[in-house]
Design a binder for this molecule. Structure first.
Ligand SMILES: [Zn+2]
Ligand SMILES: [Zn+2]
Length: 320
């Protein structure tokens, strides 16, 4: 007598015939199974969890997840699927997909794009695009080019307005708008500064409110257009996150306008979302027929992955 176990989370099919009597030998049929996938077979929490918002070493300067370690950790914890969503780059996706294959974890291609819409700044996640698609690479390059150009213009303009800006030539890379904003707030008394706001947030508040047009990220609608072209989906990242003026929680009007612009879905599950925000976003997803996604935004191995049940994530049915 044998009991059949079938593991379907693997790149290969694994059928294990487990003996019901201790003295019977187990019959194991494993087709093209790697050792890592074999380990995943025995993971008690396998196939359950999903985290579609993780930053790897491809996010420059402040993220340290190596793709191999990320995939191995996820397999060990019983994950079904992962996505690397680095800022404006897909440089780690291929390595994570290869590592995911070795460890028996599905890896969805992803990227998180700095963008703006309706006078607010948003992060837009694109899932399911080939990571080397020319249109996607061009989109990412445009983000960096526009940001660098705006930073250079501010470096020329702000000193002429009497602001002190020093130290930005010693970064070892061209300064971006966030660098300029941070230096602006750190080295000057900014009119209208909100008490308690950090330097980057205060500097961005000044730029966005006192110098409109000085920072011109690409539009969420432009990101949506590229996603459409590639058969991918565009998802609004952390719509409930509040982080000063450059991350204002989305309200009903914001969501309606973004849906009108073609948004495919929203990141409902996110560590800083309150229960009320999650409920608001779930109802919006239902009202507009939006895909539901979620993730941890983990940047480092010491930051926990989000263990979201795969059945909650309707996005998984829409992307390869
Ligand atoms: Zn983000
Ligand atoms: Zn992120």
């Amino acid at each position: 007598m044998f009991r059949l176990q079938i593991c379907d989370n693997l790149t290969s099919i694994c059928v294990i015939c487990v003996p019901l009597q201790d003295d019977d030998a187990a019959l194991i049929l494993a087709l093209h199974l790697t050792p890592e996938a074999w380990g995943a077979c025995y993971n008690p929490g396998m196939n359950r969890f999903v985290d579609l918002h993780i930053h790897t070493t491809a996010t420059p300067h402040h993220s340290s997840w190596e793709p191999e370690r990320l995939a191995a950790t996820a397999a060990h914890l019983g994950f079904y699927a992962l996505a690397a969503t680095d800022h404006n780059t897909t440089a780690s996706v291929a390595a994570l997909q290869a590592a995911g294959q070795r460890h028996g974890v599905r890896v969805i291609s992803g990227v998180e794009i700095d963008s703006a819409f309706g006078g607010k700044l948003w992060h837009t996640l694109v899932y399911g695009a080939p990571p080397d698609a020319p249109a996607l690479l061009a989109l990412c390059a445009t983000v960096f080019e526009r940001n660098a150009a705006d930073a250079q213009a501010l470096l020329a303009d702000l000193p002429q307005q009497g602001f002190c800006l020093t130290g930005l030539n010693n970064l070892g890379r061209p300064p971006n708008v966030a660098d300029v904003a941070t230096a602006l707030a750190r080295q000057n008394n900014l009119p209208g500064r909100v008490p308690g706001e950090g330097d980057e947030a205060a500097g961005m508040r000044y730029l966005l409110t006192r110098m409109p047009g000085a920072y011109k990220p690409i539009g969420v609608d432009e990101v949506i257009a590229v996603a459409r072209q590639l058969g991918a989906v565009a998802i609004l990242a952390h719509p409930g996150r509040s982080k000063g003026i450059y991350a204002i929680p989305a309200d009903a009007d914001d969501l309606a306008a973004l849906v009108e612009a073609g948004l495919d879905g929203i990141e409902v599950y996110y560590p800083s979302h309150s229960a009320e925000q999650q409920d608001f976003l779930l109802r919006a997803a239902q009202r507009y027929g939006l895909l539901i996604s979620g993730g941890s935004d983990s940047h480092h191995p010491h930051q926990d992955l989000a263990r979201i049940e795969r059945s909650f994530m309707t996005l998984l049915d829409r992307v390869p």
